[in-house]
Design a protein around this ligand. Structure first.
Ligand code: PLP
Length: 376
């Protein structure tokens, strides 16, 4: 049975060139980057070259890139330090953020008694920037945390516009860019962001590797204490092979950006067209014009079949998600869709279909065949 992988917002297939690079580092470059001998210095230079490569991809300076074990760690670190060390008293965020932000903010609210304001989300999944301005105009030592691309709907935030607003109101801006880095060009000379977070396994790199962009002189303090790695900001021996793999994956994503994104965009149009033909009553949550890689659809099937949908497709070798990966399999409705849909629509079966350049039209045809085979 051919496996059809359409869950690229959960994680992606690692590029063979990345595996090659990582294998080389694992086999040959085994030194501890903190050791002063040449074997250690060699590992150190791999890390520093990787840092430069990543910084160049997003037009930041190398010293502003700090390696972490995941985007979850980077989000936790930045949000916690912003409250604890930069003495912020308020966070403005939205209820459609990933739990790696949402639950951290809720925890900080409990621990530090900070104020938390949620920007309104429109029914189409976009963030209401007029409401953001209203919240910003209340003043106070504030951090805005809004994701660049929503991982469930693919809705894209105007990063530049929000960055400008944050600058105008003199507040800090953090953005979880996990679903956009490697898929959208990001120029940090043009966009005013203080903190940005990425995860390698979302751009065809290894799992367990991420990075944070921390703007120069931000005052952020470490979450983990120990060795002097990462300029004292993130203790722990660096995962050299993971970092090298992440840099290789990002460089390849940006080298092929236009070609791969055009290809994915065509696939997405084909997917939308095919779904509309076979299920004329389908609706797309967050619309059709979000990031090329993500499409979130509500199907005109009976509501009691919601939990069966994923299972049925899985039996046919088709991997898709409902909402974010951590929620699939559970009958709990998506916290993102809950902000956008009516109670009635929320109960209807919905799928997140997420694409990469490794997918083909045949994959989409197989998905459609699988969906049509469901006797709902
Ligand atoms: N933020 C977003 C938007 C995500 O989609 C994910 C992964 O699903 C994460 C954060 C967590 O990333 P990581 O797996 O690197 O912890």
């Amino acid at each position: 049975m051919k496996k059809v992988y359409l869950d690229n917002a959960s994680t992606t297939f690692i590029r063979p060139e990345v595996v090659q690079e990582m294998t080389k580092v694992l086999m040959e470059d085994y030194g501890n980057p903190s050791s002063t001998h040449s074997i250690g210095r060699n590992s150190k230079s791999i890390i520093e070259l990787s840092r430069k490569t990543i910084a160049k991809c997003i037009n930041a300076s190398a010293q502003e890139i700090i390696f972490t074990s995941s985007a979850t760690e980077a989000n936790n670190w930045i949000l916690r330090s912003a409250v604890k060390d930069l003495n912020l008293t308020r966070i403005i965020t939205s209820k459609v953020e990933h739990h790696a932000v949402l639950y951290v903010v809720q925890q900080l609210e409990k621990e530090f008694g900070i104020a938390v304001d949620y920007v309104d989300v429109r029914p189409d999944g976009t963030i209401d920037l007029t409401h953001l301005v209203t919240l910003l105009s209340k003043g106070g030592a504030t951090l805005v945390s809004l994701m660049h691309v929503n991982n469930e709907t693919g809705v894209v935030l105007d990063l530049q516009r929000v960055g400008m607003l944050c600058k105008e109101y003199k507040v800090l801006f953090h953005s979880d860019a996990v679903q956009s880095i490697g898929k959208r060009s990001i120029d940090l000379e043009l966009v005013s962001v203080d903190f940005l977070v990425a995860s390698a396994h979302k751009f065809h790199g290894p799992k367990g590797a991420g990075f944070a962009y921390i703007k120069k002189n931000s005052g952020i303090q470490p979450l983990l204490f120990g060795g002097e790695q990462e300029k004292g900001l993130r203790a722990g021996t660096e995962a050299v092979h993971q970092i090298a793999g992440m840099a290789k994956a990002l460089a390849l994503s940006y080298a092929n950006l236009e070609e791969e994104m055009n290809y994915i965009s065509e696939l997405k149009s084909y997917l939308i067209g095919s779904l509309r033909t076979d299920f004329p009553q389908i609706s797309f949550n967050g619309g059709e014009n979000g990031i090329e890689t993500i499409l979130n659809a509500t199907f005109p099937f009976s509501t009691d079949k919601t939990a069966m949908l994923l299972f049925h497709l899985d039996m046919k070798g088709i991997a898709v998600s409902r909402g974010s990966a951590c929620q699939s399999g559970s009958i709990k409705p998506s916290h993102v869709l809950a902000e956008m849909l009516t109670e009635k629509d929320l109960k209807k079966p919905n799928l997140r279909i997420s694409l990469s350049h490794y997918n083909t039209k045949e994959d989409i045809d197989l998905l459609l065949e699988g969906l049509k085979g469901i006797s709902f």
